[in-house]
Every structure is written in C-alpha cells, then in structure tokens.
Design a protein around this ligand. Sequence first.
Ligand code: PDD
Length: 285
Amino acid sequence: MNIAYLNGKYLPIEQAKISPLDRGFLFGDGVYEVVPSYSGKLVGFKPHLQRMNEGLEAIGIKTGWSEKQWLDLCLKLIQDNGAGNLGIYIQISRGTYESRAHRFPEVVTPTIFAFCFEIASPPVADKSRVKTYTVSTARDIRWDRRDIKSTSLLGNVLHYQQGVEQGNQETLLYNDRNELTEASSCNAFIVKNGTVITPPLDHQKLPGITRQILLDILLNDGQIPVEERAVSMQEVAEADEVWITSSSREIAPVVAIDSVPVGNGQVGDVWLAAQTLFCANRFNY
Ligand code: PDD
C-alpha cells in the first residue's frame, strides 16, 4: 500500500484528495522536491530542503515548517512505505481558494502533499551495468526562472516528450546563444580531454542537488579537473563524454545525441571514476 501525506494526515494515496480549486491544479502555483532514499537512508536531504525553502521564498509561500518537521515527514513516509529504494516527492502549492483569480489570496493555507515511489537500487559504478541514455536536442522553450523547482512543468514535459517521440530518453536543451542549459529533467555535463565541464548556475537551469554533490565530490577528490562555464552545442557535439544528472539517476552516461554517437559511443572512463566517487560519498550529503 502506498501511504501518502496530505495536509496533516497520513493515508492511502487513493484517499488523498484535493479540491480542483487548488492553485497547484489551476495555475501550477507551487514548488516540489524529489529526495532519494535507499534502505531508509536519505541522499542530500539538507540541500534538497534548502532548495525547496528558497523556491518557497521566491514565490512567497510560507509553511512555517521547521527542518525537523520536514525530516520527520520524510522518515515517516519511508517507514510506512517499506524503507526500500524510494523517491520522496514533496509538493507545496499556494493552497485552495474559493474562486479562480490570479492574484495571491490574502488568506490561504498552503497545500502540503507528499508520497513515495519506488526507484531503482543505488546506481553502481560498472560500465557493463549502467543504464545508458540516448537524447534529442532542442532550443529551450521554458520560462525565465528555471532555477525555481516549480510544479509548472509544461515546458519540461513537452521537451521530454520530444525526446521520447524521437526514440530517446531525454532532451538536451540550449539557449538563444546556442549554449547548453540542461536537460528536461536533469542537469548536463560534458567531458573533454579529461576535464569535466558544466554550465554555471543561473536562472536558465535548476540548481540540481546531484550536480551540486557531484561537483563537491570532484573538487574534494581533486583528481579530475572541473570547470563551470558556458558550454556551446558545438562543444557538446565534440565532447568525449556527456552525462545527465538527477537524484534518481545520479550520473547517467549519454551515448548518442540526435543519433550521433558521443565520443566512441561507449561509456567513458571519466564517468566510471566520477560514479565510483559518488557511490563512496552519496550518504555523506
Ligand atoms: N528532476 N533539471 C531539471 C529540469 C529537473 O527537473 C531535475 C530533477 C534536475 C536534477 O535535479 P536533482 O539533481 O536535484 O534531482 C535538473 C526531478 C527528479 C523530477 O522532476 O522528477
């Protein structure tokens, strides 16, 4: 049974109901988080919570919840759902109001919803077992505040679907300057001549927690050079390796872009080194 949380109650997810007047439903007026947990151990809880709080602040939603309340919510859902390999989804919308009006209601209680879904076992640093990705490319059509993890995901959904319809599992996105932003549900990295390169954080991309953890691990280790700088799509096309990162995938190797092999079309050695470090350190965050 899938036990969810909705506005103060833990209940089977089929019984979790919200009003169609909820602003999350009407306007996509809310933020969300996905925190991975393996056998009861969370990965990156603090940075995930910090990003969620920054998103709430950016759109003017106040929950009054403390870090302990959020942690207790996650731990209770993990226990109630079997403590296996779980993604914990948390969504906060501005709440339900009596009518549909764009302006923020003066008095409204945020809707807090959370549930768990099964995710694969923690990724392993093994070239023969890792799930590889092929991706499409597209000019990024999303709004100008992609740094907010908003539930308004239409642009992301359309981009993801573009990839699927072309037989791929993701879509790499680029801005008007032909520079890589991210992918529709992941951040993106390239490797060239042994250096790991990723575009810097700005409003054009989500500050991914996997991205943040990976950069931290690589910098602490100090063996692999890292650069945060603009990456042209030309560089993406000429890269030795391309990776996409997200909480449930960790570091996922991209082996073809628009049907053209990345590098030699195989999973690379720098990926192996990076995922090995990630496996050794994921629970330190
Ligand atoms: N996606 N960029 C976008 C647009 C994303 O939606 C995500 C995450 C990421 C990676 O962020 P993180 O490393 O914090 O998971 C980057 C989540 C998992 C989702 O929407 O399901």
